[in-house]
Write a protein that binds this ligand. Structure first.
Ligand code: TTP
Ligand code: MG
Ligand code: MG
Length: 366
């Protein structure tokens, strides 16, 4: 069996980074994004802050009033959740382009507004140097298209990839291959293990278990008697860096999409159609390999001002015909173009409301 390779991406100081990008005057200043309760000024908690603010001891979760005391000169901004979500969706679209085309199971899992796992086993042939290159490509594309940085972790499973992405932050990339697993994991405190919170860490400490090495060497039956069967076994396995959990698309987000940059910013329908055809081809290829049919088609365009527009169409039946997808995608694109006066930079296609083909007929057979 091929060595599994999982890549984890976490955007750097995400909400604060977006605010910095939107207002370059903020660069170099301490930026604090606050969830304001609305009762009075600075009555809420810190949602995100940039690394300058962190230098003053400001972190997510502390009261904004405390952040103000730590650095009175910091810039305090209110959370704009919808706006950040739209940027998050764009980043996720970019990331989806890098994952394996698989026969079965998911190769993408978004776990929060700024984080996702990517399955790249087949893409890399199980090779971690190749995975590093893909990680660099991802970082470059996000920097170029969104002007944001992220940190990447690569490992043999989700557990290790997740723990690895935070080693070099911000703007870092770290690989932990199977033969580096023990030297990476064993010296760490158990609280660093993804999935161990303060309560478990406290219980473990009382048992004399401080490092992951202590945990790995601990008798599993003792762990089971303290934490129960499932949790006990999980702890023992996690300490050894073992995690077989699959990637899972979020419910309701089953979709296949491809997005790409045009050779130049343009409104030329020929250039745009060429790229659209290529994207449709890729989407169909993936649909076929997964034996899926679709009902909804979405076309996305990002213009030279980096604004994204999307338009969708939903059919009455599930289909998997390439002709139908081509026709729908071009029709939606023509509508988007008729509404756009700004040249396009990137173009994307997504199919969703997916269904396993069970020998059902394509639209043309009706
Ligand atoms: P994180 O990825 O935990 O943090 P971050 O991206 O701000 O910083 P880092 O460089 O360390 O990754 O969270 C992502 C976003 O989620 C964050 O920008 C704001 C939001 N968030 C909250 O609103 N409240 C919180 O307590 C945390 C931790 C995050
Ligand atoms: Mg982050
Ligand atoms: Mg995060």
């Amino acid at each position: 069996m091929m060595q599994r390779v999982i890549l984890h991406v976490d955007m750097d100081y995400f909400f604060a980074a977006i605010e910095e990008r939107e207002n370059p005057e903020l660069r170099g200043k301490a930026v604090v994004v606050c969830m304001l309760s609305g009762r009075n000024e600075l009555s809420g908690a810190v949602s995100a802050c940039n690394y300058v603010a962190r230098g003053y001891g400001i972190i997510s979760g502390i009261p904004c009033s405390k952040a103000k005391k730590l650095n009175p000169k910091a810039v305090f901004l209110p959370v704009r959740k919808e706006f950040y979500t739209s940027i998050s969706n764009r980043v996720m679209e970019i990331l989806r382009n890098y994952v394996d085309v698989r026969e079965e199971g998911d190769a993408f899992e978004q776990i929060s507004i700024d984080e996702a796992f990517l399955g790249i086993t087949e893409k890399t042939g199980g090779n971690f140097s190749r995975a590093f290159e893909i990680g660099m490509q991802i970082k470059n594309e996000i920097k170029e298209t969104e002007n944001l940085t992220c940190s990447v972790g690569i490992g043999p499973n989700k557990l290790i990839a997740k723990m690895t992405s935070s080693i070099k932050k911000p703007d870092g990339i770290t690989v932990v291959s199977p033969n580096e697993l023990e030297s990476f994991l064993l010296p760490l405190k158990v609280s660093k293990l993804w999935g161990i919170g303060d309560v478990t860490a406290g219980k473990l400490q009382k048992m004399g278990i401080i490092t992951i090495k202590d945990l790995a060497e601990h008798d599993v039956t003792h762990l089971i008697s303290t934490f129960g069967k499932n949790r006990g076994i999980w702890l023992k396995k996690a300490a050894a860096g073992i995690d077989d959990s699959p990637l899972k698309e979020r419910d309701g987000s089953e979709q296949i999409s491809r997005i790409s940059t045009l050779p130049k910013d343009t409104l030329d329908i020929k250039l745009i159609s060429q790229l659209l055809n290529k994207l449709v081809e890729d989407v169909i290829c993936k649909l076929d390999s997964m034996e899926l049919s679709f009902r909804t088609v979405t076309v996305m365009v990002i213009n030279s001002n980096l604004r994204m527009y999307t338009k969708s169409r939903t059919l009455n039946h599930h289909v998997h015909s390439k002709e139908v997808l081509v026709e729908m995608a071009h029709e939606i694109m023509r509508e988007l173009l008729s509404e756009s006066h700004v040249e396009l930079r990137r173009v994307g296609v997504r199919v969703s409301s997916l269904l396993k083909r069970k020998g059902q007929k394509s639209l043309f057979d009706y």
